[in-house]
Design a protein around this ligand. Structure first.
Ligand code: SF4
Length: 288
């Protein structure tokens, strides 16, 4: 199996181990999205564990690390984690809310070319996004970062979690904003109940509504805009590395699989657990 950073997709079928991992390098985040699928434990990865973790990921076959969280760019040693992965020739993406300190923002703008994608999360037009994220100004900060990244030639994607708060009109409004700044890749995501908060069901949407809103976006998209869709089922089988070191595969429900501890399990035990879950990776044609 191979990973192409230009398309941010995998090809081929045979792979020994795990091709990609979502690394929640920190669970810390200033926002309060009610459909958040982070464990929000308040933990960050212990700094002295970074190198052994990255060595183990490489040993387990990882070709690409998706940094998420929490807010990964705000993690104190994020640059060091990126260095370690790069030194082991792993490809990288990062997802950010854009609500980050000036220092973190400066780092990201200087280092964006080290990522196959910098993914900015935007879940509606300004009022909806700020309400969902629990912070006035969150949309403005995300959009400003997006503009600066695009202006600097970064490979950028916007992720939008389509919740019950979103209508066709809201999607149309967001689409106009994204078109106006020249975005060329937009990923639409159905909320997944992984680590669901008590408020999750208020924001979940049925498959039919998700398909309808995706279709409305596709129907009015600019030719240059690539629209990607990720229904709830797409993430089943993705492995997440949590800040405490636990590796857990997503399931269809709120409780992730048990998995293993990245540093405490032997190589053989880890490979055995990985082998129990069908490999799931993004491809040019969706997810397989
Ligand atoms: S920005 Fe991300 S990590 Fe933070 S609360 Fe929202 S969904 Fe969770």
């Amino acid at each position: 199996m191979e990973y192409d950073p230009d398309t941010n997709a995998f090809s081929g079928t045979y792979h020994v181990g795990l091709p990609q991992v979502m690394w929640h390098i920190t669970d810390v985040c200033a926002l309060t999205c009610p459909y958040c699928f982070s464990t929000k434990s308040g933990l960050g990865t212990e700094v002295d564990k970074l190198e052994p973790i990255v060595d183990r990921l490489k040993q387990l076959g990882v070709l690409k690390v998706d940094f998420g969280g929490g807010e990964p760019v705000s993690y104190s040693q994020f640059g060091e984690a990126v260095d370690l992965c790069e030194q082991r020739r792993m490809h990288l993406t990062v997802t950010t809310s854009g609500v980050i300190s000036p220092k973190s923002r400066g780092w990201l703008l200087t280092n964006h070319n080290r990522f196959a994608r910098v993914i900015v999360s935007m879940d509606g037009t300004s009022l909806i996004h700020d309400r969902l994220r629990g912070r006035i100004g969150a949309f403005r900060e995300a959009l400003a970062l997006l503009v600066d990244l695009i202006g600097d030639g970064a490979k950028v994607r916007v992720n939008t979690v389509i919740t019950s708060a979103v209508t066709r009109e809201v999607m149309g409004g967001l689409q106009r904003e994204l078109d106006s700044v020249g975005l060329s890749e937009w990923c639409l995501i159905q909320p997944h109940p992984s680590n669901a908060k008590p408020t999750f069901e208020d924001f979940a949407i049925e498959d039919a509504k998700f398909r309808d809103l995706v279709a409305s976006v596709r129907g009015t998209r600019r030719e240059e805009m690539k629209v990607i869709e990720r229904p709830r089922s797409a993430y089943v089988g993705y492995w997440t590395l949590h800040p405490g070191g636990q590796m857990r595969p997503q399931t269809t429900g709120p409780e992730d699989g048990v998995g293993f501890h990245i540093l405490e399990a032997s190589y053989e035990q880890a490979m055995l657990e990985i082998g129990k879950v069908p490999v799931k990776v993004p491809t040019e044609n969706g997810v397989k």
